[in-house]
Design a protein around this ligand. Structure first.
Ligand code: ZN
Length: 366
């Protein structure tokens, strides 16, 4: 099993400045490092080096996305606007998306990293891939940046392999704790891309990700939101995978599965209120890998999104990448027992009610 891995030091040079978590540091907020800092991502790569996992993956060099590739989805007005700000001293791409001088080029390299990984998976150069890119992408829309995301990395990767590799049907399974609004919007009227987002109910963006948002026109039924109540743990997420994600993928029969991979549903995350451990993330990867092998020749691409507890995230990502490779290193996650022993991991009725509703949407898909 060959797993492709994309990373680049320049991803960590994208500067989000100082903030109080993500609220601009002003008034009574003492400046601190912005929540979307390089640290949680850089430490994933560092941990892989320490455990030797980095030697088990095939490194794929990212390249900048070309203007033509970016304009497959984004408007030229938006691209011109963020480039002009980036050429000057930076600014904000829209809603809570601050960036510094030169971030436009880094965003191109981030999108291009996902494009390169998607090419490698579809061409069979690798069996599957993890693109550890930054800035993230799943909140960015065609004409506005949102939630720390400048360019819609996963969308651009999907559109690229559809345009150049004849890929038809793509399924997106987004388990970041925040709604994958950008991916949803990109394919909302498109029956060839099934978008599934499992997120915390009404967390970010505000008023986004309702279970009643199911697509429009020809795309009706091909968008499934699972807005879990805050506090969901191991069993609620396992039920979503078993009762929503797996049957939806089997009904849809994709040619490629893309996973916007955020670790902010982790038990220590400052921007989410869920309770996942590295073992839950490992189980997601195991399930999605098995589904990809069953349905689409194993073609599976993970693109890195959120996750803001810099010490916990690396263990969650490491577990996912181990699973993709089929390699187990002797690493021990020191946080595993703490998160798994929290109260409330069972499936509660108010969580199950949401999962039941989502399962009905899947039945319509079949
Ligand atoms: Zn997130």
């Amino acid at each position: 099993m060959t797993t492709g891995f994309v990373c680049h030091e320049r991803y960590f040079w994208h500067d989000t400045g100082h903030a109080g978590i993500f609220i601009p540091a002003m008034g009574h907020i003492q400046p601190a490092e912005h929540a979307e800092s390089p640290e949680s991502k850089r430490r994933i790569r560092n941990l892989m080096e320490v455990t030797g996992l980095i030697d088990k993956v095939m490194q794929i060099a990212p390249r900048p996305a070309t203007p033509e590739e970016v304009l497959r989805h984004h408007t030229s007005d938006y691209v011109d606007r963020i480039k002009a700000m980036s050429d000057d001293r930076g600014g904000d791409a829209g809603m809570t998306t601050p960036f510094g001088a030169g971030s436009y080029e880094i965003a191109l390299l981030s999108a291009g990293g996902v494009i390169a990984a998607a090419e490698a998976v579809v061409d069979g150069t690798v069996d599957n891939a993890y693109a550890l890119v930054r800035p993230p992408g799943h909140h960015a829309e065609a004409d506005i940046g949102k939630g720390f995301c400048l360019l819609a990395n996963a969308v651009l990767g999907i559109k690229h392999v559809q345009a150049t590799r004849g890929v038809g049907r793509v399924a997106v399974v987004d388990y970041d704790v925040h709604h994958g609004n950008g991916t949803e919007a990109a394919f909302y009227d498109d029956p060839n891309v099934l978008t599934i987002s499992v997120h915390q109910d009404n967390c970010f963006p505000p008023d986004s990700g309702a279970i009643t948002d199911t697509g429009v026109g020809a795309g009706e039924g091909y968008n499934i939101n699972v807005p879990l109540p805050p506090g969901a743990g191991r069993e609620a997420y396992a039920a979503v995978m078993a009762r929503v994600v797996a049957p939806a993928l089997r009904a849809f029969r994709p040619d490629l599965i893309v996973v916007p991979s955020g670790f902010d549903a982790g038990g220590f995350d400052p921007l989410g209120r869920m309770m996942l451990s590295s073992e839950s993330y490992r189980s997601f990867a195991r399930t999605l890998k098995a589904l990809a092998q069953e349905l689409c020749g194993g073609r599976l691409l993970f693109t890195h999104e959120g996750g803001y507890c810099a010490v916990h995230v690396p263990f969650c990502a490491h577990a996912v990448i181990e699973e993709l490779c089929g390699v187990e290193t002797p690493i021990e996650d020191p946080f595993l027992g703490i998160v798994e022993n929290l109260g409330g991991h069972q499936l509660y009725p108010h969580q199950e009610a949401v999962i039941d509703q989502a399962a009905e949407l899947v039945a319509r898909l079949s």
